[in-house]
Design a protein around this ligand. Structure first.
Ligand code: PEP
Length: 247
């Protein structure tokens, strides 16, 4: 689906203070002056930075992406953040099911389905993350695992606005990138699933994530099936984020 506009989303994880975040946006803004950017940029700062960065991001056309949310609307859920709260500060997109949430915080398929539904129901766009572990890939189960994550996470999905991020767990933060062919074949698999599942499945951007960096961005983004990148480590440096955006 090369006609879908490509998206470059940066995931800052639990990094950056507000001061550092503002400096990042200023540097990025200077770097974008005079450049024609064909791709949509999104940034996922920590919750505490969202309201402080919303204006700076809007000024240079960057969308705000939250790293997580609760599925509940409101109430006695100490430490949680609702979709309505995120929307209220100007967030447009929410990561759901990042492998760190699945693995380190035990987020289940059932919980992630509820979160995806809450995000969509609240008028925001989920970036639903899927991906296999190294053991699963070596055991020949990668396609089956990703199908299972999609099937359970998107069961009863209520909206038509959705982004998928294919992030092989073995490539996240490891410096080990999937080959362009690994990414391409999984993206084709995901596209088929989406087209069977949803009448609008062909319109869903499918991003690749896993040690994407300036050195490999051009090759990954040249695959017609890759509609953009979800970038962790390399998104912490405005120069490398910019190089990826312009790759
Ligand atoms: C991520 O956290 O989504 C990610 C892809 O990280 P990295 O680029 O550092 O592998």
């Amino acid at each position: 689906m090369s006609e879908l506009p490509q998206i470059i989303a940066g995931n800052w994880k639990m990094n950056m203070t507000l001061t550092q975040g503002r400096k990042f946006i200023d540097t990025l803004a200077s770097g974008l002056v005079g450049k024609k950017l064909a791709r949509k940029l999104l940034l996922a700062p920590n919750f505490t930075l969202l309201s402080g960065l919303v204006q700076g991001c809007a000024d240079i056309g960057i969308g705000l992406l939250a790293q997580n949310c609760a599925f509940q609307d409101a109430g006695a859920f100490t430490g949680e953040t609702s979709v309505a709260m995120l929307k209220d500060v100007g967030v447009g997109y929410v990561l759901v099911g990042h492998s760190e949430r699945r693995q380190l915080f035990g987020e289940s398929d059932d919980l992630l389905r509820r979160k995806a539904q809450a995000v969509s129901g609240g008028g925001l766009v989920p970036i639903f993350c899927v991906g296999e572990t190294l053991d699963q890939r070596q055991g020949g189960e990668a396609f089956e695992i990703v199908t299972k994550q999609l099937r359970s996470g998107l069961d009863g999905f209520p909206g038509e606005k959705l982004i998928i991020a294919y992030e092989p767990v073995w490539a996240i933060g490891t410096g080990q990138t999937a080959t362009a062919e690994d990414a391409r074949s999984m993206h084709v698999h995901i596209r088929k699933f989406l087209e069977v599942q949803f009448p609008w499945g062909e319109m869903v951007p499918i991003l690749y994530g896993g040690s994407a960096k300036p050195e490999n961005a051009t090759e990954l983004l040249a695959q017609p099936e890759v509609n953009g990148l979800l970038v962790g480590g390399a998104s912490l440096d405005p120069e490398s984020f910019l190089q990826i955006a312009l790759a």
